[in-house]
Design a protein around this ligand. Sequence first.
Ligand code: ACO
Length: 428
Amino acid sequence: MPDIAKLQIGDNSYEFPLVKGSENEVAIDIKTLRGATNGVITIDPGYKNSGSCKSAITFLDGEKGILRYRGYAIEDLAEKADFLEVAYALIFGDLPTKEQLEKFHADIKSKSIVDEDVKKIMDAFPRNAHPMGVLSSLTSALVAFNPSSVNVDSEEEMYNAIVKIMGKFPVLVAWAMRKKQGLPLNYGSKSLGYVENIMKMMFEQPNEEYVANPLIKDALDKLLILHADHEQNCSTSTVRIVGSSHAGLFASLSAGISALWGPLHGGANQAVLEMLEAIKEDGGDTKKYMAKAKDKNDPFRLMGFGHRVYKNFDPRATIIKVAADEVLKDLGIEDPILDIARGLEQEALNDPYFVDRKLYPNVDFYSGIIYRAMGIPVEMFTVMFALGRLPGWIAQWKEMRENKEPIGRPRQIYTGENLRDFVTAENR
Ligand code: ACO
């Protein structure tokens, strides 16, 4: 592989260095393009061909269906690690020793109390507010309750901000769900593991002791691990770009939550279940909806199918499909929605439209099914995604600040009016 790229514009030629990653990914470094060419820029809406940064956190190869955090295969992490270990690895670079993990967990627990006044903000939201909006607002509100800005050059200050958000965020998640269900806003127990405690905070009823089903705890651990990072996706890029203006961690995370909310990103897991419900209500005719998805005059898309980077299969979907089968079998769940899901999956996997465009079920197609079996309301699905993605966002924000990346500020090609005369209101 050569180490320069040549660009010819008219009679002028320019050379740009090639940058290679540790997995032999190659990019053309065009930092000097605009200056050298007197104003020429590149344009790539949706950034399908543009790298925004160098990153040592997550490697994914969409063609081969590879996903690794800090060099560890997602299959190994999902099977052998728990969510907190994975969070530590993402944020600090490697899996923790037993002592490091214990300290991390203890520090998180010690920072998990949320100011009681946050409950007043919570109270002011209407019961039917979408929990993603509530979560984004409350994460932003945490800035007001924790106003000191983080000196990113201080390892200690960075660490404190990280354990604070790792402690408080699950509380906000649980409260967002309980508020919707009219349940008291409670805390878990310091004696429980990170994920078990989240389950207690979410599911405990005021009049009975909560005991977590180990199979469900295991499935939730896996789901959170599978969602924990995914390199420069929409919400992560948002967190990095907001943080690049030196906005604080909590403010950047709040923006990331909003980005995740959309149905083309994290909101897809809710959209999948809503789509399955709608198909059921309409008589369960999957063929009709397959035809709609293929009709270019119909805006309908098969939610949970397709992915910007995975063009053969989504390795997370492979893992979660097995977990979904186990949970449903263990809980003895018979659900017509699942039959519709299986029907769509089979039809899409054998339909030339989907095969030719490499549209496979993504992680969201199955995650919603497990969340439903766990008794999590549909509107909370994307919140669960955010809970899993939290360590990834933190890791990416931290890396961006440590690498002293410049403020994110894309260029544009202007296509509007040229200079024209101003016409006063009475003459328009
Ligand atoms: N149903 C029907 N057709 C589809 C679908 C779908 N779900 N997804 C893509 N296509 C078609 C497009 O119409 C297009 O067809 P064409 O080439 O004939 O014009 C072709 O496949 C390529 O689609 P793009 O939108 O260009 O692909 P892109 O990579 O930009 O989009 C995306 C990826 C947004 C995920 C898309 O597949 C989609 O909308 N899927 C449904 C939503 C979803 O499940 N999102 C979750 C993503 S995973 C995550 O965020 C964790």
